[in-house]
Design a protein around this ligand. Structure first.
Ligand code: AMP
Ligand code: TRP
Length: 342
């Protein structure tokens, strides 16, 4: 762990793209942990619906607008409290785009070329994707560094991007001979930082998979949640006696991870409770647990989404608070770089 963060206000920043509905992966890998940071009370917590990131791939405008509110509702329904955390959507705080440009002049093309998520998303089509998709990690660095965030809770797939943020901060500090940006820590903790597809345990659960049965959406009702978990693919063997026994069994590991993530237990504790159990016992227990934890959230999301004006009011207030933190940092960045600003 770097100690350069020691001189900075302890501050958490993280974001989620409104590029579709929220999944159980977003909940366990991100939102639930955002709430834990808020509850711990050790850090100021700032969470964003990162709509500027969403448009790196095509988004229908009306759908994007609705998804921005839906992700905000998902945060609030899960326990992010707009009175204790700053909650806003990225495009309302223009400092993100401004710092994003400056940091894209610090980041190197060679660094972007190493980003595995870009390679996965662009596939064979790398010449035809947007320039924004390629430069995305520079904007993500700006999101984080704009608040001098010291800690960034994310799922495993974002580790490389947060590490790149550290490289950007280091290069900026080095080039301008300052000690201005912190070396942010990625925080990838807990049993469910990589929730897998319910139909194929080797693929990540994502918003965009083809079949709805492969993911749990945060808007799914109790019956749908239970049905999807009971139909989740597994191998025929019972649960192992030890965590090591999950090796080479991706579907079994995933369901154990989900149980652990939802219950707050470790994988070892879950295995201790269900050692040798067949799926006929474990799956209904998992379905009950998931319904108990997730159904109230989907009900609350529906209630919040019925009042979009209230969500907009919360986001506008959050944007004002975010600007207040960001503005002095952006202003100082301009000064360091030699840009003239009134
Ligand atoms: P995204 O939906 O891609 O904007 O992701 C928002 C956050 O959710 C990031 O911190 C991701 O790492 C996390 N996340 C997305 N999918 C998963 C998953 N299947 N398992 C764990 N975390 C995830
Ligand atoms: N890139 C992240 C994702 O796809 C979302 C994101 C954008 C983010 N800016 C961020 C996450 C800043 C953490 C901090 O999941």
């Amino acid at each position: 762990m770097s100690d350069t963060t020691a001189t900075f206000t302890p501050r958490v920043f993280s974001g989620i793209k409104p590029s579709g509905g929220l999944t159980l992966g977003n909940y366990l890998g991100a939102i639930k942990r955002f709430v834990d940071w808020q509850e711990a009370g050790t850090h100021q917590t700032i969470y964003s619906v990162v709509d500027l990131h969403a448009i790196t791939v095509w988004q229908d405008p009306a759908t994007l607008h609705a998804a921005t509110r839906e992700v905000a509702a998902g945060f609030i329904a899960s326990g992010v409290d707009p009175n204790r955390s700053i909650l806003f959507n990225q495009s309302q705080v223009s400092a993100h785009a401004e710092l994003g440009w400056i940091l894209s002049c610090v980041a190197r093309v060679g660094w972007m070329n190493r980003m595995t998520q870009f390679k996965d998303k662009a596939g064979a089509n790398a010449e035809a994707v947007s320039l924004g998709l390629y430069a995305y990690p520079a904007l993500m660095a700006a999101d984080i560094l704009l608040y001098h965030a010291t800690h960034v809770p994310v799922g495993e797939d974002q580790k490389q991007h947060v590490e790149l943020t550290r490289d950007v901060a280091q290069k900026f500090n080095h080039d301008y001979k300052v000690d201005f940006f912190p070396e942010t820590e990625p925080v990838i903790e807990g049993p469910a930082t990589r929730v897998m597809n319910l139909r194929d345990g080797t693929k990540k659960m994502s918003k965009s998979g083809e079949s709805d049965m492969e993911r749990i959406n945060m808007t799914d009702d109790a019956d749908t949640i239970a049905k999807k978990l009971k139909k989740a693919r597994t191998d025929p063997a019972p649960l192992p006696e030890t965590v090591e026994g999950l090796q080479g069994r991706p579907e079994a590991r995933n369901l154990v991870d989900i149980y652990a993530g939802l219950s707050g237990l470790s994988d070892a504790q879950v295995i201790a409770e269900y050692a040798g159990a067949g799926w006929g016992r474990f799956k209904p227990a998992l379905a009950d647990l998931a319904v108990e934890k997730l159904a109230p959230i989907s009900t609350e999301m529906a209630r919040l989404m019925a009042d979009p004006a209230e969500i907009d009011r919360i986001l506008a207030h959050g944007a004002e608070q975010a600007r207040a933190v960001a503005e002095p940092i952006l202003r100082e960045t301009y000064r360091i770089v030699g840009l003239v600003r009134s």
